[in-house]
Ligand binder design. Structure first.
Ligand SMILES: [Zn+2]
Length: 300
């Protein structure tokens, strides 16, 4: 049995999968805010609960925001800042009494979609998260490519490619730079555009609803979003040329962002033709926790 844990900013989810990937049991609890020791205890309790209910011991994989620094062995780059600077993988191994595997949550998302999701069967898969942040993960032959500095796939903090004059320098990003892809393609991007055009605050989800009912400002914001997403993906294709790109995160549920997206991307790809599938995640919000479980090979 494989157990996956998705340690998020607001919730911690646990899942138990049998050897074929069928879900045996799932449980979710709120993340204790700003409380590292509390998060460790919550994870230990979730694992104990699943194992007691099912009556078997499992391997444990963990999807976490950020990554373990190869330099310090401590978590870095997490937007759940209480986790930064902590030896999360070692502490969990100690508290659970077994080796654990821990990976960046966007990498786990890409792994889940590559194994039995929207990109099942594709050799090189790039998974994209479009949510409150913008992340990504690269999976080749069913294995996560984490990278020498543990940042492979972090395209969200590259500058927006082929930026126009009115897109420079762009909004400040929490990473310290300005005009990062994340500032345009996270939910804050279209919300900022809509406020500038219409003088009202709406979430990306509300903008999508307004566009569908004919609000021209909302329609413009979504067109701009699609064009920027296409430019971001075109730059990825020029570097990696993956067999499939899978979109996840809250904004990936907006159906209209897929309309004409491959053709828009193709304008910027250095190739005579582009047939890269750009598809929506099959497992949705569950991909992080499923990918975490898949970090371990099949038990014998
Ligand atoms: Zn940034």
């Amino acid at each position: 049995m494989r157990i996956g844990i998705d340690l998020g900013g607001t919730k911690i989810e646990a899942i138990a999968l049998d050897r074929d990937g069928a879900e045996l049991l799932r449980r979710r609890v709120p993340t204790p805010p700003g409380d590292y020791a509390g998060a460790l205890r919550a994870i230990a309790n979730l694992v104990a609960f699943l194992e007691a209910q099912i009556g078997r011991r499992g391997t444990v994989g963990v999807a976490a925001p950020g990554a373990i620094s190869a330099r310090t062995g401590l978590l870095k780059n997490s937007n759940s800042t209480a986790l930064n600077g902590e030896p999360l993988d070692r502490d969990l191994a100690a508290i659970l009494g077994r080796p654990i595997r821990l990976e960046n949550d966007a990498n786990c998302f890409a792994l889940s979609e590559a194994i039995d999701g929207a990109a099942a069967g594709a050799g090189v898969v790039f998974g994209v998260i479009l949510g409150t942040g913008v992340g990504g993960g690269l999976v080749v032959g069913g294995r996560i490519i984490a990278g020498r500095n543990a940042i492979a796939g972090e395209w969200g903090h590259n500058p927006l490619p082929w930026a126009r004059d009115d897109e420079r320098p762009g909004a400040p990003c929490y990473c310290g730079k300005s005009g990062c892809i994340e500032t345009f393609l996270s939910g804050a991007g279209p919300a900022r555009d809509y406020l500038a055009r219409a003088g009202r605050r709406m979430s990306a989800y509300e903008i999508a609803l307004a566009a569908a009912s004919g609000d021209p400002h909302a329609g413009d914001c979504l067109s701009l979003y699609r064009d920027r997403l296409a430019r971001g993906l075109a730059a990825l294709i020029n570097v990696i040329d993956p067999d499939a790109i899978v979109l996840g995160g809250g904004l990936s549920n907006i159906a209209s962002i897929y309309e004409g997206l491959p053709a828009l991307a193709a304008r910027h790809v250095f190739s005579d033709g582009v047939d890269t599938p750009i598809v929506r995640a099959v497992h949705g919000d569950s991909s992080g926790v499923r990918g975490a479980a898949w970090l371990w090979p099949a038990p014998r």
